[in-house]
Ligand binder design. Structure first.
Ligand SMILES: [Mg+2]
Length: 304
C-alpha cells in the first residue's frame, strides 16, 4: 500500500501559521515534472545541485519532463540550453506554452488569422504550424498575447482595435506576472494581458501554460506515468503547485525562485513538500558539487 502525502489529508495551514518545515520527499518517483526558471536555473546559471540531481533521476530510471511557462525560447532551444549546463535533455522532453498554443488554436480556431502581441518567435512558431499571422486588426480572429519584451503602444493599439472594434478573441500564452531573474525579474505575460484587457474591457478566453488544463494535458501525455507515481517540482505556488494538484501529482515547492517563505506562509494553497532547492529533491544526502563542465579523468579499464 502506498501512503498518500500527508498534506492531502489535512486542511491547508491557516494564514499566519508559519511555513511548513523543510521536508524532502522520502522516495524516488517514477516520473518527475521539473520547472525550469527558478528551479533548475536562474538567469544563465544552474542552481546548486540541479545538474547532479537531474542526473540521479535519470540514473534511477525515472521519466523526466521539463516544463516552463516562458515562451521566449523554443523547446529545442531549452533542451540545448540544458545540455550546455551538462543536463541531459531532448527537445521532446521540454513542454513550453508555444506547443500548447499552436495545439489550442488548431483545435478551437482552425483557419483563424492571428494577430500577436509577442516576440518574433511566437509568430514564427505559429507560421511553422501553418497558422496565418496578420498585423492587420480588421483581419484578425484571435489576438495572442505573450511575454513580450518589445511591447509598445503600436502593438497595444493593434490589439485594441482587433478586439474592441473587430471582435477578435484574446488568448494568452501564460499567466505569470513576472519572470524571475537574478537582478529582480522581468514583467511577463500577465502584465501585457492586463494592458490589452484594460483598454478593451474583454477577458482572455484562455490563458495557456501552467496551471491550465491545456498545459496539464500536454504534460500528462509527454510524461507517460500515472499522476500518483509522479511529482512536480517548481518555484511558484499558483502555477507549479496548482498544476501538480490538477494532475494528481505530489507537489514539491523550491524556495530558490519566485516564492519566498512569506508568500508561502500567506498562501491558502500549500505544497506537499517544501525544500530550499532542487538539491534536496531526492532522498539521502544532498549531492556533492562536481566540476561538470570539465572532462573527467580517464579511468584505467578493469581487466575483463
Ligand atoms: Mg519557475
Amino acid at each position: 500500500m502506498r501512503l498518500r502525502p500527508a498534506s492531502r489529508q489535512r486542511s491547508p495551514a491557516p494564514p499566519g501559521a508559519g511555513p511548513p518545515a523543510r521536508r524532502r520527499p522520502p522516495r524516488v518517483f517514477a516520473g518527475y515534472v521539473v520547472d525550469l526558471d527558478g528551479t533548475v536555473y536562474l538567469g544563465d546559471e544552474p542552481l546548486p545541485g540541479a545538474v547532479e540531481t537531474l542526473a540521479r533521476i535519470r540514473d534511477a530510471g525515472s521519466r523526466l519532463v521539463f516544463l516552463t511557462n516562458n515562451p521566449l525560447r523554443s523547446a529545442a532551444s531549452y533542451a540545448e540550453r540544458l545540455r550546455e549546463f551538462s543536463v541531459q535533455a531532448e527537445e521532446r522532453e521540454v513542454v513550453t506554452p508555444l506547443a500548447v498554443l499552436t495545439g489550442y488554436l488548431k483545435e478551437h480556431h482552425r483557419g483563424a488569422a492571428v494577430l500577436t502581441v509577442a516576440e518574433p518567435l511566437v509568430d514564427q512558431s505559429l507560421a511553422a504550424a501553418g497558422i496565418e499571422v496578420t498585423s492587420e486588426p480588421s483581419a484578425a480572429d484571435v489576438v495572442v498575447v505573450s511575454f513580450d519584451r518589445t511591447f509598445d503602444y503600436t502593438k497595444l493599439l493593434r490589439a485594441f482595435r482587433a478586439v474592441h472594434k473587430h471582435g477578435a478573441v484574446i488568448v494568452a500564452t501564460n499567466p505569470d506576472p513576472f519572470c524571475p531573474t537574478p537582478d529582480g525579474g522581468l514583467p511577463d505575460c500577465a502584465a501585457v494581458l492586463a494592458a490589452v484587457e484594460a483598454c478593451t474591457g474583454a477577458r482572455a478566453e484562455a490563458v495557456l501554460g501552467k496551471p491550465g488544463p491545456q498545459m496539464a494535458a500536454e504534460v500528462r501525455a509527454r510524461l507517460g506515468v500515472p499522476g500518483a507515481e509522479a511529482t512536480m517540482v517548481g518555484d511558484r505556488i499558483l502555477t507549479d503547485v496548482a498544476m501538480s494538484r490538477a494532475l494528481g501529482m505530489t507537489s514539491v515547492l523550491v524556495l530558490s525562485g519566485a516564492t519566498t517563505e512569506r508568500d508561502l506562509a500567506g498562501s491558502a494553497v500549500q505544497p506537499d513538500y517544501v525544500i530550499d532547492g532542487i538539491a534536496d529533491l531526492l532522498p539521502g544526502p544532498p549531492p556533492q558539487p562536481r566540476p561538470v563542465r570539465e572532462p573527467q579523468p580517464a579511468r584505467p579499464r578493469e581487466p575483463q
